[in-house]
Design a protein around this ligand. Structure first.
Ligand code: GLU
Length: 281
């Protein structure tokens, strides 16, 4: 990584979820993360976000490491190379998330919720961004009639400050203003299956891994606002954020893992070179 002295103060990360093959959109975002770490003379961490239960498959973990290395991305810490913050797969870090959750619970910032997705969909009338979950209507915020839903599994939600503007200066997209209670609602930190949510696991890891700048897709802007609330609740320094514009297909539809034609593995098999793909962005 560069020839100059490493700048120990910049720590970036890439954090793919092994639920499918990575496509050109992921590669572009991760390439920006890689380039920013290189330019800063810093470190890039590879974190394997493998908490998505049934959708995670070991062969996708292997494929991600292989495809991204083929694309030209280098990382200094990760599940395959180790490092001071091991393990780098979230499935090996569950006790860390549990400890942080207990802290939030002790100070009363989270509450149990027994609503199903269907309950929430029925209670919500306001439209929400297609990318994001509906704003939680607050059904379980106050005293709840637990007898009405006996035996239902419990999730835990973070109580957001309704009406507060979460503002931050995005290093890619400029100033952002996201309103708690309007753009997003009380969000899940521990899921009904007992696993930590993406919001909790990601925030805990970015903090514990000493990440100074988070580079990711613009589809996660609202999640960044949620995570800023978690940083604040836990008294942790908030990293810098750089959100990348999303890559779309020829119909303007955002790339998803189902766009097999644009999977890195497919492009490689067709003989495309990483240099060509990087330049065509
Ligand atoms: N694992 C998430 C994803 O693949 C990325 C999370 C992030 O960069 O914060 O969408």
């Amino acid at each position: 990584m560069g020839s100059g002295a490493a700048n120990a103060s910049y720590r970036g990360r890439i954090a793919p979820s092994p639920t499918g093959l990575l496509h050109l959109g992921h590669a572009r975002t991760f390439w920006i993360a890689h380039s920013r770490a290189c330019e800063a003379g810093g470190v890039l961490v590879f974190r394997n976000e493998d908490l998505d239960g049934d959708r995670v498959r070991p062969e996708f973990v292997e494929a991600q490491l292989h495809d991204l290395r083929w694309f030209g991305i280098e990382w200094q810490e990760g599940p395959d190379v180790g490092g001071p913050h091991s393990p780098y797969s979230q499935s090996g870090r569950l006790p860390l998330y549990r400890d942080v959750f207990e802290r939030l619970r002790r100070v009363g910032m989270v509450y149990p919720c027994r609503c199903s997705r269907k309950d929430i969909a029925l209670a919500v009338s306001a439209p929400h961004a297609a990318d994001d979950e509906p704003v939680y209507p607050g059904t379980c915020r106050g005293p709840t009639d637990w007898a009405a839903s006996p035996g239902r599994p419990v999730a835990w939600r973070f109580r957001v400050p309704d009406g507060e503007v979460i503002g931050f200066e995005d290093r890619g997209l400029g100033p952002q203003r996201i309103v708690a209670g309007r753009d997003f609602g009380d969000f899940v930190v521990v899921r009904q299956d007992g696993l930590p949510s993406y919001q909790l696991a990601c925030t805990v890891d970015d903090h514990l891994m000493g990440i100074t700048e988070v580079v990711r897709g613009a589809d996660l802007l609202v999640s960044t606002a949620r995570q800023i609330l978690l940083y604040r609740a836990l008294g942790w320094a908030v990293p810098g954020f750089f959100h990348c514009p999303l890559v779309t297909d020829e119909n303007g539809v955002r790339l998803a893992k189902r766009h097999a034609a644009l999977a890195l593995a497919t492009l490689r098999e067709q003989g495309r070179s990483p240099e060509f793909l990087r330049a065509s962005g």
